[in-house]
Design a protein around this ligand. Structure first.
Ligand SMILES: NC(=O)c1ccc[n+]([C@@H]2O[C@H](COP(=O)([O-])OP(=O)(O)OC[C@H]3O[C@@H](n4cnc5c(N)ncnc54)[C@H](O)[C@@H]3O)[C@@H](O)[C@H]2O)c1
Ligand SMILES: [Zn+2]
Length: 358
């Protein structure tokens, strides 16, 4: 087992990499507990490593984006109050980003802060979202509109949970892993390009290494900017165009796959702006980005007007121009806020040609 300690303005917290699932039994050290468990995690592990969790202490939670809202928050408040919730209660969550967002919001608001332990079980949650302190809820048609900054007190990462993920959910997390390795610089990007076949086969050692490296890179971007007002914004690399593509495809493209396409887009745009050498852009597309992409793409997803309308909705946009985070040849990143609709049309056409979307 190894541990990383993370400094946060709310409180310091620790990330534990667990070789064995025995850590679950050790949660009995907390005096009062409620486990909130993703329904699919329960389906796979309820008869195995989670069987030690007593029935009265667990709530099996069905997940979907529709469930990531205030109704679910109230359901969990009610379960906690049924168990005579007290300030010394520990909420223990097992699941992916949806369980994290809902239970993190509950933990941050009930009694203005409950003790909260998170066991991420998806690649996205293990390699990315489990650190960073953000909790988010959807409100009506607005995604992630409501939220707080509240880190768990402890995060426990057990890679074997990833073996049972559906392929689309695995690929969604992979996009964030690729993004973080690119943002880590030339060496980490090359290392991931080398281990990509093993990661795609879900080799346990390769997954553990990729997760650990991803988190340490994310941490380096969060340092000094926990509340996301400066450098942490750069983590939006691949997300500016990626989010627009998700919206236009009505979420048919898994988030992480949209981020991979968003990075291909950003790199073409950066070449056009003279920030990134064309040879490096095509090398990264060949060895890392296109190899992480495995969904069928349809022409309708790339309509310029719809993409433009979606990019104008970007929460982080303040002026007239569009926002795109771009990579430079030295693997540093820059947030541009003056990207124009004409550039968007030209870049999208080139992107579609490179992906052979017709
Ligand atoms: N708070 C943050 O910082 C942050 C960051 C990024 C994304 N998010 C949010 O995270 C959500 C996406 O999270 P996600 O990609 O982890 O997906 P998810 O939570 O939607 O889970 C995806 C699917 O995997 C299943 N699942 C979970 N663990 C499993 C396992 N071990 N084996 C088999 N199936 C399993 C779930 O039941 C679900 O069907 C989005 O709502 C997004 O907005 C939050
Ligand atoms: Zn993302």
């Amino acid at each position: 087992m190894s541990v990383i300690t993370i400094h946060s303005n709310v409180r310091d917290y620790s990330v534990h990499f667990q070789d064995s699932a025995r850590f679950i039994q050790e949660f009995s050290r907390f005096p009062e507990r409620l486990f909130v468990i993703d329904e699919n995690v329960w389906r796979h592990y309820g008869g195995g490593c989670l069987s030690c969790i007593p029935e009265g202490e667990r709530m099996v939670f069905s997940v979907s984006e529709e469930r990531k809202g205030l109704d679910s928050v109230m359901e969990i408040y009610d379960r906690l109050m049924d168990r005579a919730a007290k300030k010394n209660m520990t909420l223990i969550s097992l699941g992916g980003g949806i369980v994290q967002d809902v239970t993190g919001f509950v933990a941050s608001t009930l009694y203005r802060g409950l003790n909260w332990v998170f066991v991420p079980t998806t690649l996205l949650a293990q390699a990315d979202s489990c650190i960073g302190s953000k909790t988010s809820l959807n409100y009506k048609r607005f995604k992630n509109l409501i939220g707080t900054f509240y880190p768990p007190a402890e995060v426990h990462i057990h890679s074997p949970f990833l073996q049972t993920l559906e392929e689309a959910d695995f690929l969604s997390g992979l996009g964030e892993v690729v993004k973080l390795h690119l943002m880590g610089g030339e060496k980490t990007a090359a290392a991931l390009a080398g281990s990509l076949p093993a990661v795609l086969e879900r080799n346990p050692d390769a997954l553990l290494q990729a997760t650990r490296t991803s988190l340490s890179i994310k941490l380096s971007y969060m340092e000094g900017d926990e509340f996301d007002t400066g450098r942490r914004n750069l983590l939006n690399f691949g997300h500016c165009f990626g989010h627009a593509l998700e919206t236009v495809s009505s979420y048919a493209i898994p988030h992480g796959q949209a981020v991979v396409i968003g990075m291909l887009f950003a790199n073409i745009a950066a070449v056009q702006r003279g920030l990134l050498a064309p040879s490096l852009a095509s090398h990264l597309a060949d060895v890392l980005l296109r190899k992480s992409l495995s969904i069928p793409l349809r022409k309708e997803y790339f309509g310029s007007d719809a993409i433009l309308a979606a990019m104008k909705q970007d929460k982080k946009r303040t002026g007239d121009g569009l926002v795109v985070v771009m990579m430079r040849s030295d693997y540093t990143f820059e947030k541009l806020t003056d990207y124009s609709p004409d550039e968007l049309v030209a870049t999208t056409a080139e992107l579609m040609e490179s992906l052979r979307v017709s």
